[in-house]
Design a protein around this ligand. Structure first.
Ligand SMILES: Nc1ncnc2c1ncn2[C@@H]1O[C@H](COP(=O)(O)OP(=O)(O)OP(=O)(O)O)[C@@H](O)[C@H]1O
Ligand SMILES: [Mg+2]
Length: 380
């Protein structure tokens, strides 16, 4: 839509046209004159007018016929029409005019101040429409760009999973062969090096898994259902305990925590939080992990608390939930730095919030809400 407003003035009387021109000249709109219905039709394609000032009693085509032809010829032109008439317009004709897009009738001789005030409103409305249209176009453009980036991401994920996994599998496979099939031919040093290759390949494989999980997160459709969070946490803790027998921790899970959410996604989120609690508390004398909830004004706030290594939340700042950000060295605790980014996406998808309280050596408590979903009763 044209940003500069324009007004189409249609009147066969030159004195009237001059009067309208003088009345409307300083409103910041371009004024286009037409002395007949035919000329108005020729002009109607030029602009999406902010307003059409149309004499009802034109010689030749009358004002209503002009309005009808404008609507037929320029269907995109839905400019408000203000009819001007020197005599009373019969009620039937008035309705006919309204059906053609008339918004007003004014009597001639016009009162300049009234015409100016009306034109000013239509010019303002036109500017607002242009603004709204430009915003809508900008949003549509951003959406199209986002879709392109999304498609590229999907392509990238695909190539990561296929193109990287194959050579990685070969590296790991040949390293395994050397280790198992030819162990006798290798010196201790070479065997040690082959072991490093195996663990690096294993690490890269888990990085690829995490990247793909993170990439898929935004595309995953939510399946909202009642979820027994207590049961979920309990079974996850039992799994983690079995997977990491080298470290022991005591833990407790509050009973009866029920929520509405996506069972699969919540499992991924809780699994990351509980695994972190387990991993980062492994070095303290009596590790303790606690999963529970407290009531807040906005509903339940769930938490995963540990008494482990903790970290400096302030130093982490806004890197906290970004992928590949770690606040402990690999030498102390191994990890990919993707877990919390995944948790954040899951909580976001539920319309909730994730935050943490922690300090070095003082453990960590991760809090999360599940937005409006969790406040609904969850019959189990
Ligand atoms: N419970 C916790 N106690 C102390 N530090 C934590 C805790 N949870 C997370 N962190 C810090 O936040 C960083 C990011 O956590 P995140 O779970 O994303 O990655 P990670 O555990 O290093 O690796 P992975 O992707 O395998 O989970 C961790 O590297 C660690 O420094
Ligand atoms: Mg983690």
């Amino acid at each position: 839509m044209h940003a500069d407003p324009a007004i189409l003035i249609v009147d066969d009387n030159p004195a009237n046209r001059r009067l309208y021109q003088a009345t409307l000249s300083d409103l910041g709109a371009q004024l286009t004159m037409a002395s007949s219905g035919e000329e108005a039709l020729a002009r109607c394609v030029e602009h999406p007018y902010a307003m059409i000032l149309l004499d009802v009693h034109l010689s030749g085509m009358d004002g209503f016929q002009v309005a009808q032809s404008i609507r037929d010829k320029c269907p995109g032109l839905d400019a408000p029409i203000v009819f001007v008439s020197a005599v009373y317009v019969h009620e039937q004709d008035t309705y006919r005019g309204y059906r053609l897009g008339a918004v007003d009738y004014i009597l001639s001789p016009i009162v300049p101040e009234i015409l100016r005030a009306k034109a000013a409103i239509f010019i303002r409305m036109h500017r607002l429409r242009v603004d709204a249209l430009q915003h809508a176009q900008a949003i549509e453009k951003a959406y199209r760009e986002l879709r392109t980036v999304h498609a590229e991401m999907e392509g990238f994920s695909y190539s990561v999973s296929h193109d990287l996994r194959t050579p990685l599998g070969q590296i790991a496979g040949f390293a395994d062969l050397m280790q198992m099939g030819h162990a006798g031919e290798l010196s201790d040093k070479v065997r040690e090096y082959v072991g490093y290759i195996q663990s690096a390949a294993h690490r890269m494989n888990s990085l690829i898994d995490d990247m793909l999980l993170l990439g898929n997160m935004s595309r995953t459709e939510m399946e909202v259902q009642p979820v027994d969070l207590s049961h979920l946490a309990q079974s996850l803790m039992t799994e983690i305990e079995a997977l990491r027998p080298q470290s022991r921790a005591s833990w407790q899970v509050q009973h009866g925590l029920q929520a509405m959410g996506d069972q699969r996604l919540l499992r991924v989120a809780l699994s990351n939080l509980l695994s972190n609690a387990w991993k980062y508390s492994a070095g303290v004398p009596r590790p303790f992990i606690d999963f529970g909830s407290r009531e807040d004004d906005d509903g339940p706030v769930y938490y995963v608390r540990d008494n482990g290594a903790g970290f400096d939340v302030h130093a982490a700042g806004d890197r906290l939930f970004r992928p590949f950000q770690r606040f402990h060295s690999d030498a102390h605790f191994q990890g990919n730095g993707v877990g919390l980014a995944i948790v954040q996406r899951v909580i976001e998808k539920h319309g909730g919030r994730l935050w943490v309280e922690s300090a070095p050596g003082r453990g960590a408590t991760f809090f999360f809400t599940l937005g409006r979903l969790s406040t609904r009763p969850a019959p189990l």
